[in-house]
Design a protein around this ligand. Structure first.
Ligand code: ADP
Length: 625
């Protein structure tokens, strides 16, 4: 017999499981039944592609066996089983939760929803059991193994006898305590109701020997108890049921039973289509971002069933990338069971379904936006970035489809607004949809470049995410209104300021030329600002590439070292300009110093780094002494 330690994180989780006062202990059964069902799915899968295995439905089931005398509850399945290695790696470590790391000890107080947060599956057995024994025989293996653990100390593993392929999980149920009743998990009626509540839609029979009574044969009028095996779950998959028969709770239970997420879904869509193509689908929009969502490991896709039989766990063809957060399943009788991966990619029926689903999701989101604004904003906070990537990618192929779903923070409304809302509020003389880019709302609010546009009473959209400006450049316009950055060199506000600045530009040409010379090719031009009100200096972008985009592009792994064409704008109404004129007349060295300082200030305001911080610091010292 081998003795092993748990991996550190598993140990910690186990401790939590054993010690936390958790109000929904009953879900351990859901977790174990789900695992059993997954294990049967796996063998089912294999049978689909491996002719030597025949899948005889009747021989696949889950059985729940309470034994009051020995205080054990056994969950037995005829699934694919686990090898010795699998027992160790699957039950000895927490793959999924590992990266999450419980950050705060004090966050994990009594009643903390561990399962809700992390979906710990198998480990939840320790909420009701002192000892957990797993006896498993893997498909294709001669030996079975027994894995056993009584908690944090570790586990033992040894060869064991077992005839059939599959797994048995034996829980030694805890003794009752003053405030916890563990006996209930050995009661038939209680187990029945837990199974009904959480696992009714499991596609394999969940059997239990239930006690019945019948009259004695001897005409005494007395009754005797006997046991009879019964299938507890209805097995009718939820998506085949009528919407009217189902409650929100059913959809929510199904969501966690399927492990689509550990949160509650924000929205569900249940649809049955009966036309050129027939299918049932249940789709969920999660509330929070899956922990691996923005990593390479995340795989999009929906479960795909052909007439009630699972044919693929994650069919990516059913979801566009921009809706990759959607979870759920599609069942269609028009799809062949033995369809291969390659064939699926080109399947016409599948394409049709995907197209329908895409529209359905969009409509649901639009509905949410219209009728449940708060919910939508919650959704957008989690997945809005994905939609904006959707606009940008594929050369904007889907930009029109997605443009009404995106939102930005508004300078005047002080909250998230849609493009439609922006345009409907535009002032009569306003030509463009204005935006400003920066790291955060607070930073953009302080940007000198916003001063003039804001002064005219125009609303400004704040772009705080890298993708924002790229998406908008792809969109180009919305309802015939073009987008314009408040930092663009040509604000085109169409008023007198334009002419005035031109005149001033001419008047101080020599001064500006001198400054441009000092800065050489760091800037394209030095000129009179049209937009500054209270600040002395800022940058404007001359070309298509904005300064924000320069930052994003240079943050990429291959560091392309791309530079936006910068114009240094000077506020001629600022007292600093007097100093510049003075220096130009009397002290060119001073003007050189001032020019460098102003340039560096503009860099800092933009959130760019100063090229030579030591020189910058020395320059400041020079004017201080
Ligand atoms: P999850 O099911 O979320 O991956 P669990 O901790 O519940 O996490 O289970 C870990 C792994 O152990 C499963 O992914 C599966 O590979 C394996 N496993 C658990 N229960 C069974 C079972 N009854 N039969 C076969 N494999 C199982």
């Amino acid at each position: 017999m081998e003795k092993k330690e748990f991996q550190a994180e598993s140990k910690r989780l186990l401790e939590l499981m054993i010690n936390s006062i958790y109000t929904h202990r009953e879900v351990f059964l859901r977790e174990l039944i789900s695992n059993a069902s997954d294990a049967i799915d796996k063998i089912y899968y294999k049978a689909l592609t491996d002719d030597s295995l025949s899948f005889d439905r009747d021989s696949y089931y889950i059985k729940v066996i309470p034994d009051k005398e020995n205080r054990t509850l056994t969950i037995k399945d005829t699934g694919i089983g686990m090898t010795k290695d699998e027992l160790e790696s699957n039950l000895g470590t927490i793959a999924k939760s590992g990266s999450l790391a419980f950050k705060n000890e004090h966050e994990i107080k009594d009643g903390f929803d561990i399962i809700g947060q992390f979906g710990v599956g198998f480990y939840s057995a320790f909420m009701v059991a002192d000892v957990v024994t797993v006896i498993s025989k893997a498909l294709g293996s001669d030996t079975a193994y027994k894995w056993e653990s009584s908690g944090v100390e570790g586990y033992t593993i040894q060869p064991w006898e077992k005839d059939e392929v599959g797994t048995e999980i034996i829980l030694k149920i805890k003794e009752n305590t003053e405030d916890e009743d563990f006996d209930q998990y050995l009661e038939e009626f209680r187990l029945r109701s837990i199974i009904k509540k959480y696992s009714d839609f499991i596609r394999y029979p969940i059997k239990m020997d239930v006690t019945r009574s019948k009259p004695k044969d001897d005409d005494s009028g007395e009754y005797v108890d006997y046991k009879e095996e019964e299938t507890i779950n209805s097995m009718i998959p939820i998506w085949r049921k009528n919407k009217s028969e189902l409650k929100d709770e059913d959809y929510e239970n199904f969501y966690s039973e399927k492990r689509y997420g550990f949160d509650k879904p924000l929205k569900y869509i249940h649809t049955s289509v009966d036309g050129a193509i027939r299918y049932n689908a249940i789709l969920y929009i999660p509330e929070s971002i899956p922990f691996d969502y923005y990593t390479k490991e995340y795989e999009k896709g929906l479960e795909l069933y052909s007439n009630g039989v699972l044919i693929m766990n994650k069919c990516p063809e059913l979801l566009p990338d921009y809706f990759s957060f959607v979870k759920g399943l599609v069942d269609s009788e028009d799809l062949s069971l033995n369809i291969s991966r390659e064939m699926l990619q080109h399947d016409r029926q599948l394409k049709l379904i995907a197209k329908n689903i895409k529209k359905k999701i969009k409509n649901e989101l639009l509905n949410m936006l219209k009728n449940e604004r708060e919910e939508y904003e919650k959704f957008f906070k989690s997945f809005g970035m994905q939609l904006k990537y959707g606009i940008y990618s594929d050369f904007g192929a889907e930009k029109e489809f997605l443009q009404d779903l995106i939102m930005f923070y508004s300078s005047t409304e002080k909250k998230m607004v849609t493009l439609d809302e922006y345009v409907s509020r535009m002032k009569e003389d306003q030509k463009y949809i204005y935006y400003a880019t920066g790291e955060s709302i607070e930073r953009i609010e302080k940007l000198p470049q916003t001063e003039l546009v804001a002064d005219k009473g125009y609303e400004i959209l704040f772009f705080t995410e890298h993708v924002d400006e790229f998406a908008i450049k792809m969109l180009m316009s919305y309802k015939d209104k073009e987008f314009k950055s408040v930092s663009s060199s040509d604000l085109d506000l169409g008023d007198e300021t334009e002419k005035e600045t031109e005149a001033e530009q001419k008047e101080h040409k020599e001064l500006f030329d001198f400054m441009k010379n000092v800065l050489s090719d760091k800037v394209k031009e030095v000129r009179v600002s049209k937009r500054l009100k209270t600040h002395p200096v800022c940058f404007a972008a001359a070309g298509d590439l904005s300064i924000e985009m320069e930052k994003v592009l240079n943050a990429m792994p291959d560091k392309p070292n791309i530079k936006a064409d910068k114009i240094l704008e000077i506020n001629t109404n600022h007292p600093v300009f007097e100093s510049l004129k003075n220096a130009f007349e009397n002290d060119k060295d001073k003007l050189t110093l001032y020019t460098n300082l102003l340039y560096n200030q503009a860099l800092l305001i933009e959130g760019l780094s100063v090229e030579d911080p030591v020189e910058f610091s020395n320059d400041i010292c020079k004017i201080m002494v």
